[in-house]
Write a protein that binds this ligand. Structure first.
Ligand code: UT7
Length: 360
């Protein structure tokens, strides 16, 4: 049975920055509140689509793996904010990369989408049906943000990250995983009115932004991410002392700290970049993984724990043994098309839409 080794990694973070101070101009909030309650200082706003960011991150991951798009036999995109309902974002990514030999599909597990996708890709390699899989986590969450609602407007951002999985006989890759769900609590984090449950005769577009009971999601995330991480480590037969790096979903630095405490981890073994990007849902883990490699925080053969929690309510945890190579084999010049609009300009359609609804 083949193992699935991560051989390439990459990210695509759009240039436009929305700082906490910028948000103070839009909604009743403060840099102090956002920083102390969440750890976020700024986030990115994309002028391009999820498939564009995905393709750029994917091209960087392929270059790091020393592969081309022609080598891919599968593309999985974890996203809950894809370009359209159909086709899937993965199909658009396949075309943008010209990965004509690859099957492609999306996975919607919200913030747990990358872990779900990584586990699916790894298990398809283990099953022998696929050998080279591109796994992407990508979101354009700002599209769904009501910037008149301070409870959610300050939390989310846009971006994409990707990894290449390759079949290998080496004892590396996914050692154990858990994919969990509590659908009975789905309504505490949702975007209503974007599917067939919407009432066309009596639409209530005021509810179309992200709805979240923050404190309840917080409470559940704190216990679930830590407990699931402990369970996957036990399943893999790995002790807490052997963890090289925890790469958690970046939703709130207080949730990350609680997860690290549950694993009795030294803060030096926890990857945190939430201050720069906020919560990019399925993108947080592959982006943080890429930045961990860029900053030389992953040692050859390291044990890495991934944990996430999000809408569904979904969660995922995984233990990975890294391979020997921690440097990319190559680089790519792939980039988003140039953006000549200011951040406020990019937010204008959104402010107009939700502002109009608030005053109607
Ligand atoms: O990706 C997975 C899904 N998401 C998450 O995991 C997020 C989980 N939840 C959280 O991270 C936190 O619950 C939040 C960051 C969303 C909120 O933090 P909190 O400490 O739970 O605050 P709260 O909602 O209990 O609100 C406390 C106070 C309230 O004021 P009062 O009633 O005490 O006067 C809020 O109105 O903070 C107020 N508040 C704000 N003030 C300034 C809420 N949002 C803001 C804001 N700026 N943006």
């Amino acid at each position: 049975m083949a193992n699935a080794m991560i051989t390439g990694w990459g990210k695509c973070m759009p240039e436009a920055v929305l700082s906490n101070h910028d948000l103070e101009q839009i909604v009743d909030t403060s840099d102090e509140w956002i920083t102390t309650r969440t750890g976020i200082k700024e986030r990115r706003i994309s002028h391009a689509e999820v498939s564009d960011m995905s393709a750029v991150a994917g091209a960087h991951a392929l270059a790091a793996a020393g592969k081309t798009a022609a080598d891919l036999d599968l593309i999985i995109v974890g996203t809950c904010t894809g370009d359209s309902l159909i086709p899937s974002t993965a199909s658009l990514v396949q075309a943008k990369l010209e990965a004509w030999q690859a099957g492609a599909f999306d996975v919607n597990a919200a913030c747990s989408g990358f872990i779900y996708s990584l586990v699916i890709g790894s298990n398809m390699i283990a099953a022998g049906t696929h050998r080279t899989v591109l796994v992407i986590g990508a979101e354009k969450l700002h599209y769904h943000l009501d910037f008149t609602n301070r409870a959610t407007a300050v939390l989310f951002g846009d971006g994409a990250g990707a990894v290449v999985l390759e079949a290998t006989d080496e004892d590396v890759g996914l050692l154990a995983s858990e994919l969990g769900m509590d659908g009975s609590a789905a309504s505490i984090l949702c975007i209503p009115e974007h599917g067939t449950s919407g009432d066309r005769r009596n639409p209530d577009p005021r509810e179309s932004g992200i709805n979240m009971d923050g404190p309840e999601v917080f409470r559940r995330a704190v216990t679930t991410m830590g407990d699931a991480s402990v369970r996957v480590l036990e399943k893999a037969g790995i002790s807490l002392d052997d963890i090289g790096l925890l790469i958690p979903h970046q939703a709130n630095v207080r949730i990350i700290d609680a997860t690290a405490r549950r694993l009795k981890l030294d803060p030096a073994k926890v990857m945190i970049n939430i201050e720069s990007y906020g919560n990019t849902s399925a993108a947080t883990i592959p982006v943080a993984l890429t930045e961990a490699l860029e900053s030389h925080r992953i040692e050859p053969g390291a044990i890495i724990v991934l944990a996430a929690f999000g809408a569904g309510l979904s969660w995922g945890a995984a233990v990975i043994r890294w391979g020997q190579r921690v440097e990319p084999l190559g680089t790519s010049a792939a980039a988003l098309p140039p953006n000549n609009r200011s951040t406020m300009d990019l937010l204008a359609p959104n402010l107009e839409f939700f502002g109009h609804l608030a005053s109607s």
